[in-house]
Design a protein around this ligand. Structure first.
Ligand SMILES: NC(=O)C1=CN([C@@H]2O[C@H](COP(=O)(O)OP(=O)(O)OC[C@H]3O[C@@H](n4cnc5c(N)ncnc54)[C@H](OP(=O)(O)O)[C@@H]3O)[C@@H](O)[C@H]2O)C=CC1
Ligand SMILES: CC(C)(CO)C(=O)C(=O)O
Length: 321
């Protein structure tokens, strides 16, 4: 099975590293800066908050697929690990590097990016996947996992084979046939992405402040109300049921620290991917996350003023670029 990671940045390199260490053949399609970093450091180094540290070199690193006629139709599986707003324009590139029986797996947070491309690729096996944990790019080609969780993939024969390879290597991987609860449940957690960017604190520190947790709890309540109106069950990624999260987050500090010990058992360096975008002066994914709460809320007649205000705040930060 030939695998490509299209748009290998933080999560893409982490996924590539795990797949390579599991004995799979992996090619990265990435920016020149990422390629140089990986070559200079003799591979991708995966590290995590529990002390894991291993370096591995992918089979190939490609920065321009139009220059590589040898890759036409080559990949059996392509993981797309671009940011949401980068997905809609790559249909032709995906067609060039895959064949009729390839699986293309979209790993974006939020809502809207999958819909922006799926009609252009309707003859392929299109799947979705989730990265439930945080990945931070550190110097020297290190990709650092800061929170718990394993890659979660939509079920088909390719992803089942990938799951067994990852599990054999001790990485774990979850498979789900129905991905709707996975996507809706992940969005609940991603409501913290923008707030983490706004507070400009590591997630652990951010969540130790009552006021920060209250805003997150209000944003989550809105999404839970939308999901209830839409009659969608949310997948549970945390130890706590999704519907209990706003209540737990609203506890006073002393009680929160007791009850939500595991929620705070994360790397003190972990920050959201939106914080990384704001710091790098990149466009954020706020329209696909808090913006999706607002637009899906409108469909079901649920008011979402907190998420609307968060979208506005992030737009202002983006304009400072
Ligand atoms: N980072 C995290 O901790 C987590 C992220 N996620 C989600 O995963 C998805 C991916 O996020 P993340 O990995 O952080 O994103 P990154 O921005 O780190 O990675 C995407 C990479 O693709 C590059 N790229 C863009 N267009 C092309 C192209 N045409 N060809 C080759 N490379 C290209 C980007 O370069 P450039 O920047 O120059 O455009 C960037 O290096 C997002 O939806 C995010 O929300 C989910 C969980 C955790
Ligand atoms: C892991 C999590 C929820 C928060 O870091 C995330 O998805 C992100 O940063 O985009």
């Amino acid at each position: 099975m030939e695998i490509a990671i299209f748009g290998a940045g933080s999560t893409g390199c982490y996924l590539a590293g795990q797949l390579c260490l599991s004995g799979l053949k992996v090619t990265l399609i990435c920016r020149p800066a990422i390629k140089q970093k990986i070559i200079a450091n003799n591979g991708i180094t995966l590290s995590d908050y529990q002390g894991f540290n291993q370096t591995v070199m992918p089979q190939a690193l490609i920065t321009d697929i139009t220059q590589q006629s040898s890759i036409n139709g080559k990949f059996d599986v392509v993981f797309v690990t671009l940011k949401c707003h980068q997905v809609s324009t790559i249909a032709n590139q995906l067609m060039a590097i895959t064949h009729d029986h390839s699986s293309i797996i979209f790993m974006q947070n939020g809502f809207g990016s999958f819909d922006s491309i799926k009609d252009s690729l309707d003859h392929y096996a299109l799947l979705q996947g989730i990265t439930p944990f945080n990945v931070l790019q550190l110097p020297n080609g290190v990709f650092h996992k800061g929170t718990e969780g394993v890659f979660t993939l939509q079920k088909n024969p390719h992803t089942v084979a990938i799951q067994s390879a990852l599990i054999c290597q001790g990485f774990g991987c979850d498979i789900a046939a129905d991905f709707t609860p996975m996507i809706y449940g992940k969005l609940l957690l991603n409501l913290n992405n923008a707030l983490n960017a706004v507070t400009n604190l590591p997630i652990k520190q951010q969540l130790s402040h009552y006021k920060n947790r209250r805003v997150l709890a209000k944003a989550m309540k809105e999404w839970l109300a939308v999901c209830e109106a839409a009659d969608i069950q949310l997948h549970q990624y945390t130890k706590v049921k999704p519907t209990w999260l706003p209540t737990i987050l609203s506890l006073p500090n002393w009680l929160f620290k007791l009850v939500a010990k595991q929620m705070l058992d994360i790397d003190p360096k972990a920050r959201s991917s939106m914080w990384q975008d704001i710091q790098a002066k990149r466009k954020t994914e706020v329209d696909f996350i808090n913006g999706a709460v607002v637009s899906i809320g409108e469909i079901y007649g649920v008011k979402t003023p907190v998420n609307r205000a968060i979208v506005e705040h992030i737009k202002q930060l983006e304009q400072r670029h």
